[in-house]
Design a protein around this ligand. Structure first.
Ligand code: EZ4
Ligand code: CO
Length: 393
């Protein structure tokens, strides 16, 4: 556990020949549960195993636990999987993407986050991202009448939702939100031009029919995607959204396995699957999801918020560059302190991230520095309707 500005759980696996690999196991707001799952139930099973048997170890931890799926289990399995791929790459002397089949593209297109309290300052922030070379930008602005909104923070470049020792309480009004977002997109299209990709995250706050309406209202501004339009426990609910809008749909940052998106993908109800390395069982399982998605013309758009450590980001970039149906990668910059604790080999250039040629994942942890920043409890907020009803955050 380390907290260089925010909490990260990192697994380090070392072989008897002295090669080590790193895996990210961070589950925002529930970090210590994954630490316990690893320490109490996974690590004892790993001692003495052949680090090369990545698939067998994955199956051992997934099937062997009897209790399948779930974010804690799958984050723990993901950390082991990442660390083993890191080891295999280091032993082979190759960057991980080479072991995954080699590069399919020259770089990984990323999107940055423009957020602001008003439409005007959100557009200004988006312009500053455009000036940095970003080809894709996510837009989130404050909702008039609400004291706080998902995605909007005080700092223009860094958004950190896990902001308090106990959950912060946000308030919500769907009608006000649905009035402001099309205005934001209209202003952004006018200011930023036709070429830049514009994205938006609804963060699970609409019903399917409301999402259909918002998607339709955004169509004139050609959004790249509308993310997490509605909660996805009921995969069928996306049929209703699809009936009403051609705005592309992205979902899946909280999914843990292929089973969470099997119907969404096979019924072509989504365009982008956002499952990510750390929360969906590692490279091994994410590859399976991506291959399945490819059959149905669904592309990837991996989650890449700041709670996914540079270890996960490195793994994601090797994955992104090596699969045929890559769509886009989310990229929220980490703070300098986080980057110091996790020195890494990827770099940003002209709207894309480049993973580099270091063997394995190409990321390390400075354990001395990490030890200086002990765990600090931090929760994601909760969200209530204005009459106090607990709602989706
Ligand atoms: O709320 O990573 O698209 N990005 C997001 C993130 C998530 C956080 C949760 O830990 O929705 O900001
Ligand atoms: Co999101």
């Amino acid at each position: 556990m380390t907290c260089p500005g925010r909490n990260f759980v990192t697994l380090k696996i070392e072989t008897d020949q002295g090669v080590y690999g790193l895996g990210d196991a961070t589950l925002n707001g529930r970090e210590l549960s994954v630490v316990s799952y690893l320490e109490d139930h996974v690590i004892p099973c790993l001692i003495g195993r052949d680090a090369h048997q990545i698939e067998d170890i994955w199956q051992y931890l997934y099937r062997g636990a009897y209790w399948r799926r779930g974010p804690v289990t799958m984050s723990a399995i993901a950390a082991v999987d990442m660390a083993l791929w890191d080891i295999k790459g280091k032993i082979a002397g190759l960057p991980l993407y080479q072991l995954l089949g080699g590069a399919c593209r020259t770089g990984v297109m990323v999107y940055g986050h423009a957020n602001g309290t008003t439409i005007e300052n959100t557009v200004e922030v988006a312009q500053s991202y455009q000036a940095l070379g970003y080809k894709a930008i996510r837009l989130q602005c404050g909702v008039p009448g609400l004291s706080s909104t998902y995605g909007v923070s005080k700092d223009k470049m860094f958004y950190e939702p896990a902001d308090a020792d106990l959950p912060t309480e946000n308030e919500w009004n769907t009608e006000a939100y649905m009035r402001v977002v099309p205005k934001l997109f209209k202003a952004a299209r006018e200011a930023l031009g036709d070429e830049v990709h514009l994205l938006h995250d609804v963060h699970h706050r609409l019903t399917p029919i409301e999402a259909g309406r918002l998607g339709r209202d955004l169509e004139p501004y050609r959004p790249f995607w509308m993310e997490d339009a509605t909660p996805a426990e009921n995969q069928e609910s996306f049929k209703l959204i699809r009936q009403h809008t051609t705005t592309p749909l992205a979902v899946g940052e909280i999914f843990n396995t292929l089973w969470d998106c099997k119907d969404l993908i096979s019924n072509q109800l989504i365009d982008y699957i956002r499952a990510t390395v750390v929360h969906a069982g590692g490279i091994t399982h994410l590859k399976r999801i991506a291959s399945f998605a490819d059959v149905y013309g669904v592309k990837t758009g991996c989650h890449g918020a700041t709670d996914l450590s540079p270890v996960c980001m490195s793994a994601a970039l090797h994955f992104d560059v090596s699969i045929p149906n890559f769509g886009i990668q989310e990229y929220m910059r980490h703070t300098e302190l986080t980057d110091e604790v996790f020195p890494h080999n990827y770099s940003f250039k002209a709207g894309s991230l480049h993973i580099g040629e270091a063997p394995g994942l190409g990321v390390d942890i400075d354990e001395e520095k990490a030890a200086k920043y002990p765990y600090q409890r931090a929760y994601l907020p909760v969200n209530r309707l204005q009459d106090g009803t607990l709602f989706n955050w």
